[in-house]
Write a protein that binds this ligand. Structure first.
Ligand SMILES: [Zn+2]
Length: 255
């Protein structure tokens, strides 16, 4: 390795991800990818994904469908978890090529929707090395509004283009925004383009697609691009933090 420096974690390249090798007989040099290259790419993908810290290490496996009190909710959670596993396992063969996402919904906040959607994103990011991005629908709209500001670095169309370039987009909390004509138009244009290019979008929402207050055009677009998954109607955040505290107490009391 002609260009090995300490900048490479393996001491094989100069930190650029390319190794230069010289053939001892012909003295010809040739370039080859270093093993640090894939790690760097993966770190970039992770930073880009913007997944909230509290969710960044969550897996589908650790999604606890038995935590819910209500029997019906346990059933819903089990089915949702099963669907999430199947979705990830056959993502490349079945869903990615046709740009089909998922739509997790239930009226109750804190029922595990975001958690499961993000876990799917984490799985696709870590095992399939795809580009994933997490945003709330309010974030999208806020950022687009920011581009109307004169000092903005980007134009509206540049921002929309960058959203549409993302392979797998997780849109959290769709439906909380006021469905003004402008909101309908912007979201329609984003989702319509994503569908045209078979980009996958995963949604979470406090209401079913039928009950979204947006216009018919937008609703029918969302219907086409995502499979609805009903989630439990139980807030488990408090229960989860209680469980965590109990575990910590056990730890503190352990001899
Ligand atoms: Zn290297």
């Amino acid at each position: 390795m002609l260009n090995a420096t300490s900048k490479c974690p393996h001491g094989k390249c100069d930190g650029s991800g390319m190794m230069w090798l010289r053939n001892p007989e012909t003295l010809e040099t040739k370039a080859q990818y270093c093993t640090c290259r894939e790690q760097k790419l993966q770190n970039k993908r992770l930073a880009f994904a913007n997944i909230p810290k509290e969710f960044s290490s969550l897996t589908i496996k650790s999604f606890d469908s038995e935590i819910y009190k209500n029997k019906e909710d346990v059933m819903r959670a089990r089915i949702a978890k099963k669907q999430a596993v199947k979705y990830v396992n056959s993502f490349e063969e079945e869903f990615e090529s046709i740009g089909k996402g998922l739509y997790f919904y239930s009226a109750t906040k804190g029922s595990g929707k975001t958690r499961l959607a993000v876990s799917i994103g984490n799985a696709i990011l870590s095992t399939k090395h795809k580009q994933v991005k997490f945003v709330t629908s309010l974030d999208i709209l806020k950022e687009i509004k920011n581009t109307y500001n004169r000092e903005s670095k980007y134009t509206e169309s540049q921002l929309i283009e960058s959203i549409n370039g993302v392979q797998i987009l997780i849109v959290d909390d769709i439906g909380v925004e006021q469905p003004t004509p402008w909101v309908n138009e912007i979201l329609f244009s984003i989702f319509d383009t994503r569908m045209k290019y078979n980009r996958v979008t995963i949604f979470t929402s406090n209401c079913s697609v039928e009950n979204l207050k947006h216009d018919d055009r937008l609703r029918s677009r969302i219907f086409k691009m995502a499979i609805p998954v009903e989630m439990p109607e139980e807030d488990i955040r408090e229960k989860q933090s209680k469980d965590q505290n109990r575990e910590m107490q056990d730890l503190l009391l352990a001899e």
